[in-house]
Write a new protein. Structure first.
Length: 534
């Protein structure tokens, strides 16, 4: 007999709480695209924003009504009615109703400190504000969700009043009561204890949890709440949000679905967690967190020789789950700490050097020599493969061009923006190519000039797009004459894959050039191989 799994509802607030992240501003198009991605993942609720706060959120609800969602319900978010105003006359209530969102989340004050010091109303008026605001939504046929702001702080300060706020929302018709650790300061055992007390008073209420990450415990607190009987989890993709962020739904869902045996999302969508995480990073213009649990590029990366040797024998020795379960992949890194087992495991099978110890040692020596100069290959797959190709030689590597020179000129006039121009002269197939290109800075100009020279013979060069660019000073004691390491992350649009390249030099422009060349050679030689195999 199969035991039915407990269903845990997923409520995503990336489009509201997530946009409170410093530096994040989503356009209307961005928000609609993220909503589609969340629906495809199988999220139950997508909170679109506060329709009264700005025209963009108001327009979002107008546009979202034209779209069809298979899994998710759209939720509008708003505060309780203003003090001493009827709910029907409150502009905030009217905006929520006019949004036509099938679900409406009302946030109210559960901590008497906020009632007296922020709202400056009586406790009784606050309870009426909660009741009236939830009731008008419920009577209008909307699914009313009540977010009890600062609930855990409020409960610790005045448990009787905090419980009265929940009771008011429940009596008014709230279909879920969501307990918020708004300041992010609670501990898992406190979450569990308070939930046990709530269950004694409201045994049949549907409870949710909304945790912030100020103590780095948002995910742990959310999981503890589910163990204590909560059936709705709120958070954001990648944990983005104000201050230290929100509970990371990626980690919450992976733990709930894979490790704890709960029913989350939709069948088969857990494998899309990694791609959804990276899509949101791109839309939000945020850098990937390489060490992010489950979905980070380093989440299943192995570097130490002993670790690599063990993983080759049995992956369970150093992996808590299979990376395939959440759409990630295993990576074997190479460095000066590596043994030849790392090389054997890292070099793609197409090079066929698994039994060639001599080639492995030559590659390892090259890696160690370059790392002594300041190179790192953890995030530079393209540069590593180019080392392999050049070391093996023969059919694996040929020079695609010979550089004569490049020249980078930056013109900066007083009170004007700097202009950058790069001239590149190279020889390809006996033909001299001389190109000039401008761009948004020297790196963009270098790339544009090189693409211009290569495009006619190698049109696939246009598939390469820079995703991230990082610079690190290696020998700081040399001050402004120090060598720098440039790491560039790339996206190959032809197959939606990502890889990195690295360059090191005392000249930051030349270090960038070296990284660009590795990426382009890696791309073009791979395309040639695939064409030959076809």
């Amino acid at each position: 007999m199969t035991t039915q799994k407990t269903r845990i509802q997923t409520y995503d607030t990336t489009l509201r709480d997530g946009t409170q992240t410093q530096g994040v501003s989503l356009s209307l198009k961005d928000k609609l695209e993220v909503a589609e991605a969340l629906d495809a993942l199988g999220v139950d609720y997508i909170e679109g924003g506060y329709p009264l706060s700005n025209p963009k959120d108001e327009q979002f609800f107008a546009e979202i009504r034209k779209m069809t969602f298979r899994n998710a319900k759209i939720a509008a978010f708003g505060m309780t009615r203003r003090k001493e105003i009827k709910a029907a006359d409150d502009v905030g209530m009217q905006a929520l109703l006019n949004s036509e969102a099938p679900a409406v989340t009302i946030v109210g004050k559960s901590w008497n400190l906020h009632v007296t010091d922020v709202l400056r109303v009586s406790e009784d008026e606050n309870l009426r504000m909660i009741f009236d605001s939830v009731e008008i939504m419920a009577k209008a046929g909307r699914e009313a969700i009540y977010d009890a702001e600062h609930f855990f702080d409020g409960y610790r300060a005045n448990p009787d009043f905090a419980m009265k706020t929940l009771q008011a929302a429940h009596d008014a018709g709230a279909q879920a009561l969501v307990l918020c650790d708004t300041n992010g300061g609670s501990l898992p055992e406190q979450i569990t204890q308070i939930l046990q007390e709530i269950r004694k008073v409201l045994p049949d209420a549907v409870l949710g949890i909304h945790c912030h990450n100020d103590s780095d415990l948002a995910v742990a607190n959310t999981l503890a709440a589910v163990r204590a009987g909560v059936t709705q989890v709120q958070g954001t993709i990648n944990g983005i949000g104000e201050r230290c962020g929100n509970a990371d739904l990626v980690s919450v869902l992976a733990n709930l679905g894979i490790k704890m045996g709960y029913d989350v999302l939709k069948d088969g969508s857990m494998e899309n967690l990694t791609s959804t995480s990276r899509f949101v990073y791109e839309i939000a213009n945020l850098n990937f967190r390489e060490g992010q649990p489950f979905v980070g590029s380093n989440a299943f990366a192995h570097k130490g020789g002993m670790h690599v040797h063990a993983v080759q024998r049995n992956v369970d020795t150093y992996e808590h789950i299979s990376p395939d379960a959440i759409g990630n992949k295993r990576r074997i890194l190479v460095s000066e700490l590596s043994g030849i087992s790392n090389i054997a495991a890292t070099v793609p099978a197409k090079f066929n050097i698994a039994e060639d110890k001599t080639a492995q040692r030559h590659i390892l020596k090259t890696i160690m020599d370059l790392e002594n100069e300041g190179y790192e290959f953890d995030a530079a797959e393209a540069s590593f493969e180019m080392i392999v190709r050049k070391t093996l030689g023969g059919k694996w590597y040929r020079k695609l061009w010979d550089l004569d020179h490049y020249r980078c000129v930056i013109l900066r006039r007083h009170n004007e923006e700097a202009l950058t121009e790069v001239t590149t002269k190279l020889t390809m197939d006996g033909e001299s190519l001389h190109t000039v290109a401008e761009g948004d800075g020297p790196v963009d100009s270098l790339m544009n000039s090189l693409k211009l020279a290569l495009r006619k013979k190698y049109p696939s060069v246009d598939d390469l797009h820079l995703v991230d660019y990082r610079v690190r000073v290696i020998n700081t004691s040399a001050e402004t004459a120090a060598s720098v390491r440039v790491v560039i992350d790339w996206r190959d649009a032809s197959n939606d894959t990502y890889f990195g390249s690295v360059g090191v030099d005392e000249n930051i422009i030349d270090a960038s050039w070296l990284a660009i060349v590795d990426a382009i050679e890696f791309k073009l030689l791979t395309v040639e191989e695939l064409r030959t195999q076809a």
